[in-house]
Design a protein. Structure first.
Lengths: 332, 118
């Protein structure tokens, strides 16, 4: 009992610290990559290759004035950044980051908690993300915030449908909702679910980009028309909470994509944790690449795309996969 | 049971603590001055006009209601997906009928233009 408490507490702490560090350095990665895509250098002054830039940013944000405008609804205004930061960390509770290993004579599982409803947990927590956005937009008392909040909440719930539907195919093939078992089934590269669910993977990643409010679906913070979107009126660490939440959500979406479609920590030669990191940062690279490459959607195009293209495709993918599962080994 | 949910409880507590700590940190550490009009809502340098408690276009509510309907459908598809092999063709037939019923609603919404934006 005590052993379980101590081991899992240390594991949770480690995962949270690693995730937050990855968030900080994802901002640097993004600035560097986008800079190189635009023939610029990006951050170079804080440390070699700008490696200390995230720390400098954090310190700067901490000592900025925490400005609360007069027209805000105080309670919800305070609650919104917390609500958008907390769920982004909770997704990692069920993501297997390594195989089981032994450390200092103790057997440690490679996941914080192997829930048998892991996939359901992921989508439950992802669904929470919309609260932070809509509350921030509504409580700020500014028109830009309100427009950004309403727009992106409608966008997030629209894409959440296809987000949920796109993984039903994987579950049909895997016969389980446990993330650990799903990784266990993908033990050779050709059994990765991306090869049996290519459409599912594309749908999943498209919806993940829309869910995390990233370009080309970044209606929430369309700078040229909405100033800062739902976090226009936030400053200091409250603003940073939204920012860290966004990057943690991207990391979480990459980690879930890696787990469900790319074999999780499975891979030859290198240790499992390294494979997991490689796959997660491959996902992050795609996120940043899309931002550096694609122009922003118009809002009507975005909503029509979500409801009239992605949703029918995801439903079709589910039913065709179901039919194939039935035809191959359904009768028993 | 305990091994499954204790880590999650701890993670929820830790994440909540961190979230609150960030807000508290900004309240404690930041320098504050009370100057001029900076407590007005941001409106690109203009005097703020009107309120933000105006009615929201009904279209957003239509989207929200449609979302609840179709998201429930996804929730019903998930348990079927887990036991699809055990249920066999009977389960597939049942879920097909369910999906067709939902599709009828979807086509109706499309036809009425509830999902179209101008």
């Amino acid at each position: 009992m005590l052993e379980v408490i101590i081991i899992s507490s240390i594991k949770v702490l480690t995962v949270v610290i690693v995730v937050l560090t990855c968030c900080a350095y994802s901002t640097l990665l993004e600035r560097k990559l986008v800079a190189y895509m635009q023939h610029r250098l990006g951050p170079i002054y804080a440390g070699p290759w700008g490696l200390l830039q995230p720390i400098a940013d954090a310190i700067k944000l901490m000592f900025k004035e925490d400005l609360v405008p007069d027209r805000v609804e105080r309670t919800l205004y305070t609650l919104a950044p917390i609500l958008s930061f907390v769920p982004s960390l909770l997704v990692f509770a069920v993501v297997p980051f390594s195989s089981d290993f032994t450390l200092f004579g103790y057997d440690v599982t490679g996941v914080i908690s192997d829930l048998n409803i892991g996939v359901l947990w992921v989508f439950m927590i992802t669904g929470f993300g919309v609260y932070g956005v809509v509350l921030a937009g509504w409580s700020s008392g500014s028109k830009w915030s309100l427009l950004g909040g309403i727009r992106s909440s409608a966008q997030m719930i629209s894409y959440e449908l296809s987000y949920g539907l796109s993984i039903v195919g994987v579950i049909l093939l895997a016969n389980t909702l446990s993330m650990t078992e799903i990784v266990g089934q993908q033990d050779s590269i050709f059994s990765w679910y991306i090869f049996r669910q290519p459409l599912g993977f594309i749908l999943f990643f498209t919806c993940a980009v829309a869910e995390t409010n990233r370009a080309p679906f970044d209606m929430a913070e369309a700078e040229s028309e909405l100033v800062g979107g739902y976090h226009t009126e936030y400053s200091s660490m409250r603003f940073a909470s939204f920012f860290v939440g966004e990057y943690a959500n991207m990391l979480a979406a990459s980690a879930v994509a890696a787990t469900l479609f790319l074999g999780g920590w499975q891979g030859p030669l290198l240790p499992p944790i390294v494979w997991m990191m490689l796959k997660v940062f491959f996902g992050m690279f795609i996120f940043i690449w899309l931002r550096g490459t694609l122009p922003r959607f118009r809002y009507d195009q975005l909503m029509n795309f979500g409801w009239k293209v992605l949703f029918p495709l995801a439903l079709l993918n589910t039913m065709v996969t179901g039919l194939i599962v039935m035809l191959t080994n359904g009768t028993n | 049971m305990f091994e499954d949910f204790y880590p999650i409880l701890f993670l929820v507590a830790l994440a909540t603590f961190l979230g609150v700590a960030l807000t508290v940190m900004s309240i404690i550490l930041g320098r504050r001055t009370k100057l001029g009009k900076k407590f007005d809502p941001y409106e690109c340098g203009m005097e703020p006009v009107g309120t933000t408690k105006d009615p929201v276009p009904v279209h957003f509510f239509m989207i929200a209601i449609s979302f609840i309907l179709f998201d429930l459908e996804v929730i019903f598809l998930l348990p079927w997906a887990v036991v699809a092999r055990d249920l066999g063709w009977f389960g597939f037939g049942a879920i097909s009928i369910f999906v067709v019923i939902i599709l009828v609603g979807y086509v109706y919404e499309l036809g009425r233009g509830a999902l179209t934006w101008e």
